[in-house]
Design a protein. Structure first.
Length: 188
């Protein structure tokens, strides 16, 4: 039987670039096959088809471990079983149909530093009106939401390893094609 736990103990608002800021003020819902929670230590473990929702944010993983500091900051680790990936999707600020989505074998988010890290088969995509606008692909992706800077590396350690493969950054053009100049009338 699935267990439900609805609480504001999970602060995942900034998972990904320019995440919907209003989500941080919304209640989180963790839905899983099994949930163990320890209010004394601030540790919560959800396992089995974990789905976490908070505002526009939806996270899916096989396991979620949430640790809470005495000051109320969260550290979240999402993991997947072999052959599967942990995923997230969240609306971005700045327009009506802007989204960020990602996947990896393991995803870590530190609320205190607002840094998200994706390990092993990591992909992060930004979408606008359903169209891909940016994509990051590598074995390791880290994004600092405060500084709005990221790093893509070819090794899950977060380092670049010789012969370790390649990372990819896809940037779609932001400007549109300038209108063509009117043609001069024939014979002049």
């Amino acid at each position: 039987m699935k267990k439900h736990i609805a609480a504001a103990f999970l602060s995942l608002a900034a998972i990904g670039a320019q995440a919907e800021r209003a989500d941080s003020l919304k209640q989180a819902k963790v839905d899983a096959v099994s949930i163990d929670t320890d209010q004394v230590t601030g540790n919560h473990i959800a396992t089995g088809d974990v789905v976490i929702t908070r505002g526009t944010l939806t996270i899916k993983a096989d396991k979620a471990v949430v640790s809470e500091t005495p000051e109320g900051y969260m550290m979240v680790t999402l993991t997947s079983n072999p052959g599967k990936l942990a995923t997230f999707r969240q609306k971005r600020d700045g327009g009506p149909d802007l989204w960020v989505e990602g996947q990896a074998s393991r995803i870590e988010y530190d609320e205190r530093t607002e840094i998200v890290k994706l390990f092993n088969n990591a992909v992060v995509k930004q979408l606008e009106n359903g169209r891909l606008t940016n994509e990051l692909d590598g074995q390791y992706i880290a994004y600092d939401n405060r500084k709005e800077v990221g790093a893509i590396r070819n090794d899950v350690s977060g380092n670049t390893k010789s012969g370790g493969g390649r990372s990819t950054l896809i940037i779609e053009p932001r400007r549109t094609v300038a209108p063509a100049a009117p043609a001069a009338p024939a014979g002049k």
